[in-house]
Design a protein around this ligand. Sequence first.
Ligand code: IMP
Length: 475
Amino acid sequence: MTTQNSNSGYADVLLGLQYGDEGKARVVDFIAPEYDIIARFNGGANAGHTIETKEGGKVALNQVPSAIFHEDKLMYIGSGCALNPVKLKIEIEKIKNLGLNLEGRLHISCQASVVQPHHMYIDAAMGGAIGSTKNGIGPCYADKANRMHRDKLLNVRTGDLNDDAEHFYRIVETNLEDAAQAFDLQIPNPNEVMAEFMEGFEYIKKYIQPDTLFLQRKVEDGAKVLFEGAQAVMLDVTKGGVPYVTSSNTIAASAYSGGDLSLNFHRKTIGVAKAIMSRVGHGPFATEFGREESEKYCMTSEGDGPKYGKAVEEKYDLDELIKSENEFEMGKALRILSGEYGTVSTRPRRIGAFDIVQLNYAVKMNDVKELIINKCDLLKEYSRTAREKIPLAVSYNLDDEEIDYVPGSVSAYYRVKPVLEYLESFSEDISGIRNYEELPQPMKNFKEEVEKLTSCKVVGVGVGPEREQFINISL
Ligand code: IMP
């Protein structure tokens, strides 16, 4: 049995295949013209989706889908998201200041859980071991799973607040008071916090979509949907490097539950990866340059201000640093050259070589048929390293055994050593190239090797951050 008829639309899912920050938003922005609706299905303000355009400058989005510049497109925030009304108000105001209108375009599921003020405080106090973004996402999803404590409601949804704001504001307030006691939280002015929360909700409530079948009906009537994944496969709460993950399901299968659409409409999954990998937060990262030393270094930059952030690192002599035989130092140089620092925190991101084992795990699990590799312009920097080659992890060594899968245990994943293959590098600047044929042969070889090792077609490569710096091979 199928719900599709000949006039039905379909949905594609776009995912980050690594540890986040793969440049998903720029791909969404690029392919948005092919769709009618761009929809989010997981996460919330923990996502940082940046689009760079010549006209619009650089815009960082957190909760609003990355289709703001395409004014004929609808945008949908699904029930699987954790919605922060205070931050969404700020984001919508920022978008309006760009001269863009969201009214009639943005629809928020009435079944999305709301990030309440106590979630933010709990995350700030408890999320440090994981390196959370302190957006209250984990505590929000935890309350969603807990539902109630005795007769006290924990999970408040957008539809609840819309239906009976006064009643649910009281619940949010009680949750704040109770959490302050239970977790010994210092909340200097709870009344102000609640006032800000209510103001945020009043501002965004006109975007709440009361029809729980909104997206379903649109697709049955022919709409084409692009689901925009937040975070990435390796940060999935079940399939990622648990416990160093986000608290939502990030994989393609979850797009349909969190995005409020029957899975009968799935057409294909598109995956986005980055040629030089990065990750933020703690957790295993098999190909990280400098491994433990790098993880510790990057994580210590948190706190009152980055000790090793961009400003400090930019003072290094890059020619010397990148030639270093010490991978940790070489990794530092690659971070500087690739600008891999948190957008807001400026904390240094951990940097590593392209990992085929990890990529294959993500490709197979999500049946990815089309792959986009961003930041390929940066591969040229490997020509300045001591080895002068592009490293590629083709298998793992775990306790003296060669394996070709991602271990399920976090301690085993930390013990894994990557088995590297080295490809010929190139030194040309490819950031101005727009035609695949014009790319240097070693870049083409890299692409073909990835296709061979993943059985997945590379349909596009990013050669710079701007919208135009993209080579569409066969998207
Ligand atoms: P949370 O999602 O804020 O709970 O953070 C959990 C982990 O996921 C931390 O290591 C975060 O740095 C990471 N994380 C969350 N969102 C993103 C993202 O959009 N990009 C990259 N990492 C993320």
